[in-house]
Design a binder for this molecule. Structure first.
Ligand code: PLP
Length: 405
């Protein structure tokens, strides 16, 4: 559905765009904020109004009104326009979760006999979806190390349609050489899909480098307050229209209230991400200096294998720091339990700090050997820093690390 969108004359800066892009200047009732249109359906004045709407739809003209909540919602569409602008893409689709975005992309753009390449490491459910659902549908999958683009190119077959990568990856924060990956994907006629959840459009806009589709779990930094689930895909209009047609059938529709919370969250994205970036850098440097920590993974550290490319491509390195405790599972648990500020749990990107030991959380169902094959050691910790003061976060870490020395 289209809505008149009179933007302020200049929307150059990221913060200005985050606040104003996609929003109608004049909103219903003179409201400053975009209203939550909490409806499942839309009604028509009379039969003639139904016919006029259906005729526009059949002629594929922009629709002037809603018909049903799974297809359209004005609150959701405002977020879609804002995200398209922030991701630097023609259009965007907003759905109920990051996984809904990822699964809709795969199910829509891949068919039986096609081949998909996914770079390691990646979010565990993305991997599981590929290995279960997509395999069952007759889609071939190859996993390749994110740092080995020669291996990636060797894995390309005439049936490869799509290459999927995270930027940075979860949990080791690997940063792929995006311009090289774009060149390889396009030379072989493949679409490149980037899950940029950990970076946000503040730190990098993969479409600027030629990525075809950009995915975010809006649950994380975009929402930013650990209080909603959402997912988005941004890209060229023709692909987004295909994805929206699929969304209309598959039904991973976001609730208008969650869409509003996301809209509200995005307005402060640049302030929050700047703080996450600062906290990430300071905490990573502190952790690297502490004797109870064996190794720190953060792209802002010169010791990170992708530091050079990350510095070239990214405005900042985000709020997630992964590290290994010098010791074993039990010692790592003692460290986590001694912390006072972060909550223990999954997820990231919100104002509250959250910490987890992947062996006990995302990878608990696997035995130790299998976990280690996936690079997940018992003593690995993923710390998703919030926007608290770095001095407090560091003092808290120091007392917890000192307690296990
Ligand atoms: C990189 C990445 N992509 C996608 C997802 C899935 O997002 P959601 O939980 O919103 O479905 C996650 C969740 O942790 C993630 O870390």
């Amino acid at each position: 559905m289209t809505e008149e969108n009179t933007r302020p004359a200049s929307l150059k800066g990221f913060s200005t765009r985050a606040v104003h892009a996609g929003e109608s200047r004049q909103k219903p009732y003179g409201s400053l904020t975009t209203p939550i249109i909490q409806t499942s359906t839309y009604t028509f004045e009379n039969s003639q109004a139904v016919i006029a709407h259906m005729q526009r739809k059949m002629a594929e003209l922009p629709l002037l009104r809603g018909e049903y909540g799974r297809y359209t919602n004005p609150t959701r569409e405002t977020v879609e326009r804002k995200l398209a602008e922030l991701d630097g893409c023609e259009e965007a689709m907003l759905v109920a979760s990051g996984m809904a975005a990822i699964t809709t992309v795969f199910l829509t753009l891949l068919s039986a006999g096609d081949h998909l390449i996914i770079t390691e490491d990646c979010y565990r459910k993305t991997r599981e979806f590929a290995l279960t659902f997509l395999r069952r549908l007759g889609i071939g999958i190859s996993f390749v190390p994110v740092e080995d683009l020669e291996a990636l190119e060797s894995a390309v077959t005439p049936r490869t349609r799509l290459i999927f990568t995270e930027l940075p990856t979860n949990p080791y924060l690997r940063v792929v050489d995006l311009p090289r990956l774009v060149e390889i994907a396009h030379r072989h006629g493949c679409l490149l899909v980037v899950d940029s959840t950990f970076a946000t459009p503040f730190n990098i806009r993969p479409a600027d480098y030629g990525a075809d589709l950009v995915i975010h779990s809006g649950t994380k930094y975009l929402g930013g307050h650990n209080d909603l689930l959402a997912g988005s895909v941004a890209g060229p209009a023709d692909i987004i229209h295909k994805l929206k047609d699929a969304q209309n059938m598959l039904g991973p529709t976001i609730d208008p209230h969650a869409a509003y919370l996301l809209l509200r969250g995005i307005k402060t994205l640049s302030l929050r991400v700047q703080r996450h970036n600062e906290n990430g850098q300071r905490v990573a440097e502190f952790l690297e200096s502490h004797p109870a920590v064996r190794r720190v993974f953060y792209p802002g550290l010169p010791s990170h294998p992708d530091h050079a490319i990350a510095k070239k491509l990214m405005a900042g390195f985000g709020g997630v720091v992964s590290f290994e405790i010098e010791g074993d599972m039990e010692r790592t648990m003692r460290f986590i339990d001694a912390l006072k500020i972060p909550y223990v749990g999954p997820s990231l990107g919100g104002v509250e700090s959250i910490i987890e030991q992947p062996a006990l959380m995302s990878h608990f169902a696997l035995d130790k050997q299998e976990r280690e094959r996936m690079g997940i050691k018992d003593e690995l910790v993923r710390y998703a820093l919030g926007i608290e003061d770095a001095d407090d976060l560091i003092a808290d870490l120091k007392q917890a690390l000192d307690s296990i020395l």
